[in-house]
Design a protein around this ligand. Structure first.
Ligand SMILES: C[S@@+](CC[C@H](N)C(=O)[O-])C[C@H]1O[C@@H](n2cnc3c(N)ncnc32)[C@H](O)[C@@H]1O
Length: 378
C-alpha cells in the first residue's frame, strides 16, 4: 500500500542527528527554502508543486514536450474533437503508451486537456499549435525546439567566448546554415511569419505610416508585415528584400508572381546593397540579429539608398535600463547564442543610429513587446 502521509519519525530522527552533528546550519536553509514549502503544501494539497528553481531548471522538459507535439501535428489531428492516444499514435506513427505519457504531461501544464482515460482534446493553449489558424505558433515552436534548442544547449560556449554557440555547434552561421538546409529554413521562416502575424496589428495600431509613399521591408522574410501595411495603406507601394532562397520559396507560393505589383519581392544581400529611393526602410527583427558593426553596415546601406527625407523604422524590443523584469533580457540570450546579435537599450539604439548617420526621432511602444524606433537621415 502506498503511504499517504509523510512518515514523521525518520524526519525527526534526521533533524535530531543533524543538530547533534552540528549540521543544523547546513540543513536549515534547505528545509526552509526548499523542502518545507513542498511538504507544507503537500500536507494540505493532494498535488504539491516542486520548488520554483527546480521548476525553472526543468523548463526544457516542457518546451521539448510542446515541440514534439507540434512536430507530430497533434493539434491539427484534434481539430474536430477529442481523440484517443491509440488513434493518435496510429496517425502519427508513434508508440501509443509513450504518446500517452507525453499528452498526460502536457495536459498537466494546460497544453491539451485530458477528457477521458486515454482521450485528449485541444485546450486554449493547444489551439495555437494548429498549423493554419490565426495566431498559430506551430512554426515558431518547431524552430525553437530544433535549432534554437540545440544552440541554447551550448550557451556555456557563448558565455565563455562571446561568440555564437550556433556557429560552434553547426560549424557555420545561422543564415548560412539556413541557405543549405531547406527544411530548417522553411520552419524558421514559418516561425518568423508566426511572430510577425501577431506583431502586425500592434505595429499598425501604434505607428502612423501617413506620408510614406514607398517602403522597403529589409529582411522581410515572407512579407506578412509589409503586405498588411500595404493593405491598410492603399496609397503606398512596397518591396520585400530577403535572401534568394526565401524569395524563391515565396515566388513558388505566389505562382511566380513575386515581382511587380504593389508588393514586390527582391532577392539580395542587405550587407551589400538595398533597393534605392524608398521613403522608409522597415527593419523588423533584423537589427537585433547582428552585432553593432554589422548592424551599422545594414543601416548605412539604407541611409545611402534612401530618398531625401527618408527614414528607417526599426521594430525591435527596447531593453529597459532598469532591473525591471523584461522578456527582452531573455531574448537577448537567444540572440547571443544564435547569431551574436543583441537586444538594445534606448541609449544603445541612439548610439548605433548615430554611428550610422541617423538621428533617433522617436520610440513608439506597441501593444506587443516590440517598439517602433524611428530615425531620420542626419
Ligand atoms: C529574424 S528574421 C526576420 C524576418 C521578418 N522581418 C519578420 O519580422 O518576420 C531575419 C530575416 O533576415 C533575412 N536575412 C538574413 N541575412 C540576410 C542578408 N544578408 N540579406 C538579406 N536578408 C537577410 C533572413 O532570411 C530573415 O528573413
Amino acid at each position: 500500500m502506498v503511504a499517504r502521509r509523510l512518515p514523521l519519525w525518520p524526519l525527526l530522527q534526521v533533524l535530531r542527528r543533524a543538530r547533534k552533528m552540528g549540521l543544523w546550519a547546513e540543513i536549515k536553509p534547505l528545509l526552509m527554502d526548499r523542502l518545507f514549502p513542498v511538504r507544507i503544501k503537500g500536507t494540505k494539497e493532494k498535488d504539491p508543486s516542486p520548488p520554483i528553481l527546480y521548476q525553472m531548471a526543468t523548463g526544457y522538459w516542457i518546451s521539448q514536450a510542446i515541440y514534439v507535439a507540434a512536430k507530430l501535428g497533434i493539434a491539427d489531428l484534434l481539430k474536430d474533437g477529442p481523440q484517443s492516444c491509440v488513434v493518435l499514435a496510429a496517425m502519427t506513427g508513434t508508440h501509443a503508451p509513450s504518446l500517452f505519457r507525453l499528452m498526460r504531461a502536457l495536459a498537466t501544464v494546460g497544453v491539451f486537456s485530458r477528457v477521458g482515460r486515454d482521450y485528449f482534446a485541444l485546450s486554449r493553449l493547444a489551439e495555437s499549435l494548429q498549423t493554419d489558424v490565426q495566431g498559430s505558433l506551430r512554426g515558431m515552436v518547431m524552430t525553437l525546439g530544433e535549432i534554437h534548442y540545440q544552440a541554447c544547449g551550448n550557451l556555456l560556449h557563448s558565455v565563455q567566448t562571446g561568440s555564437p554557440a550556433f556557429d560552434n555547434l553547426f560549424g557555420t552561421s545561422l543564415f548560412d546554415y539556413l541557405k543549405q538546409n531547406a527544411d530548417a529554413a522553411d520552419t524558421f521562416n514559418q516561425g518568423m511569419t508566426n511572430v510577425s502575424s501577431m506583431l502586425v496589428y500592434a505595429v499598425l495600431m501604434a505607428y502612423d505610416f501617413g506620408g510614406i509613399s514607398t517602403i522597403v521591408d529589409i529582411g522581410g522574410g515572407e512579407g506578412k508585415l509589409l503586405r498588411k501595411i500595404l493593405a491598410l495603406n492603399p496609397e503606398m507601394t512596397g518591396a520585400v528584400l530577403d535572401m534568394p532562397r526565401t524569395i524563391e520559396s515565396v515566388n513558388q507560393e505566389l505562382n511566380g508572381n513575386a515581382r511587380g505589383g504593389r508588393c514586390s519581392y527582391i532577392a539580395g544581400d542587405f550587407f551589400h546593397s538595398v533597393p534605392e529611393r524608398a521613403d522608409a526602410y522597415l527593419l523588423c527583427g533584423v537589427i537585433h540579429d547582428w552585432d553593432d558593426s554589422r548592424a551599422i553596415t545594414i543601416l548605412k546601406n539604407c541611409r545611402r539608398a534612401m530618398a531625401e527625407k527618408g527614414r528607417v523604422l526599426v521594430v525591435d524590443m527596447v531593453v529597459p535600463d532598469t532591473d525591471a523584469t523584461s522578456f527582452s533580457k531573455l531574448l537577448d540570450l537567444n540572440m547571443l547564442v544564435m547569431t551574436g546579435g543583441r537586444e538594445r537599450t534606448e541609449s544603445e539604439f541612439r548610439t548605433l543610429l548615430d554611428a550610422s548617420g541617423y538621428k533617433l526621432t522617436k520610440i513608439v511602444p506597441t501593444m506587443a513587446p516590440q517598439s517602433v524606433i524611428e530615425a531620420i537621415a542626419n
